[in-house]
Design a protein around this ligand. Structure first.
Ligand SMILES: [Zn+2]
Length: 203
C-alpha cells in the first residue's frame, strides 16, 4: 500500500491474513498500534505467541487445553458417561454457553468430506471408538453440524459405534429439531441448542 514503510507493510500483510480483516481494517490496526505505547504491541504479540506455544489438544477429548488434559475432562462434576461428539472446539463453546449439558466431549477436528479428501482417518474417530470400547460410556450424542458433511459424519459414526456391538449397548443420539439444515452448531442460539439437546433422538 502506498505511503507505508516496509515494516508497516509487513504488519499490514500479516494482519490481512486474519479472518474478517480486509485491507482497510488492517491499515487501521497498523496506524492504531503505531499511535499507542509500545506496551500495547508487546502485550498483543506476547499473547499471540503464548497461545500458540502453550495450547495443545487434550489427550482425551481433543478439546483445546493449556496442559495435557482440558479443563472439562478434569472437572469431577462432569458426567464422563455421556460423550458429545462435535466437529471442533467452537461447537464446545456453543454447547457450554447453553449451560444445559453436563457430560464431556469428543472433538473430531473436522467432518467427513469426500470431495475435500477428508476421510475417517483424518478425524479422531479411532480415538472415539477407543474411548467407547474402554467402557463407562452409556450415551454418545452426535452434535456434528447439520450440513452435508456433518450429517454424513453422524451417519458414519452411528454405523461404526453400533458395529462395535458393545454390551451393554451404547445409546447413540443426534441433536433434535431446531438446528436449521446446513447450519453450524456454532451459530445456533442458546435456546435452540438447548432444545435440540433436550429433544435429541436415538439413532
Ligand atoms: Zn478433554
Amino acid at each position: 500500500m502506498a505511503g507505508l514503510t516496509a515494516s508497516m507493510e509487513a504488519l499490514l500483510q500479516a494482519l490481512k491474513k486474519l479472518p474478517g480483516v480486509g485491507p482497510r481494517t488492517a491499515e487501521r490496526y497498523v496506524f492504531y498500534l503505531l499511535s499507542q505505547p509500545t506496551s500495547i504491541s508487546k502485550e498483543l504479540s506476547d499473547a499471540i505467541l503464548r497461545v500458540k506455544q502453550t495450547i495443545g489438544f487434550c489427550k482425551i477429548c481433543f478439546n483445546l487445553a493449556d496442559g495435557e488434559i482440558c479443563a472439562l475432562c478434569q472437572n469431577p462434576h462432569r458426567d464422563k458417561s455421556i460423550l458429545c461428539v462435535v466437529e471442533d472446539h467452537r461447537s464446545i463453546r456453543a454447547m457450554e454457553k447453553t449451560g444445559g449439558y453436563k457430560g464431556v466431549y469428543h472433538v473430531l477436528l473436522g467432518a467427513l468430506s469426500p470431495l475435500d479428501g477428508i476421510g475417517p482417518k483424518d478425524l479422531r474417530i479411532q480415538e472415539l471408538k477407543g474411548r467407547v470400547k474402554a467402557g463407562g460410556v452409556r450415551e454418545i450424542i452426535l452434535a456434528t453440524d447439520s450440513d452435508l458433511e456433518g450429517e454424513t459424519t453422524a451417519l458414519y459414526l452411528t454405523r461404526e459405534i453400533k458395529g462395535l456391538a458393545l454390551d451393554p449397548p451404547v445409546r447413540v443420539t443426534r441433536l433434535a429439531f431446531g438446528i436449521p439444515m446446513g447450519s453450524s452448531i456454532e451459530y445456533a442460539d442458546q435456546v435452540t441448542l438447548n432444545r435440540a439437546l433436550e429433544g435429541r433422538r436415538s439413532l
